[in-house]
Design a protein around this ligand. Structure first.
Ligand SMILES: [Zn+2]
Ligand SMILES: [Zn+2]
Length: 163
């Protein structure tokens, strides 16, 4: 009972039992682009295996919040049916009851995401990773934010780093 996966499975099963979520189970999947998912028809809560590993130590709390976010969907759907789907008030109530903080997305400033294999860097050295080679030129989002610029700006263009 010591891996992060076992720990989360135990937590999930406790909540499924406590809230009468019969037939639900937690699975770890190979998603790269999202952290968690609630599959209503299959009664599966999915968490990205890679995202769990990346965040297990530093951000366990965010991993756990993601679990509560998704179980909140299951509970809200069980209680309220179709109108309990999505991120509305009914879902928020369920997440709070589970002990979580309802937030639509994980906090991207805290959570480590799976990095794409194309690394780009701006002149100031900010790194950004993409899953595909960029087809057009992009400006660094950090520089744009710092300078309050909302359109493409040549000064902040990202350059591909070949490795
Ligand atoms: Zn959601
Ligand atoms: Zn930059």
């Amino acid at each position: 009972m010591n891996t992060i996966f076992e720990k989360l499975t135990v937590e999930a099963n406790k909540l499924f039992e406590k809230y009468g979520l019969i037939g639900w189970k937690l699975e770890f999947d190979n998603a790269n682009l999202r952290f968690g998912i609630c599959r209503y028809s299959k009664r599966i809560i999915g968490l990205s295996e890679k995202m769990v590993i990346l965040n297990a130590e530093k951000n366990y709390n965010e991993v756990y919040e993601t679990l509560l976010h998704e179980i909140g969907h299951a509970l809200s759907f069980q209680r309220y049916g179709v109108k309990g789907r999505g991120h509305g008030f009914l879902w928020e109530t369920c997440v709070r009851e589970l002990g979580g903080k309802p937030q639509r997305c994980y906090d991207s400033s805290k959570v480590e995401i799976v990095k794409g294999k194309f690394k780009y860097v701006c002149d100031k050295g900010h790194e950004q990773y993409f899953y595909k080679r960029l087809k057009r030129r992009y400006a660094c989002s950090t520089c744009c934010k710092e300078n309050h610029i909302h359109t493409f700006d040549e000064r902040f263009v990202l350059k591909l780093v070949e490795e």
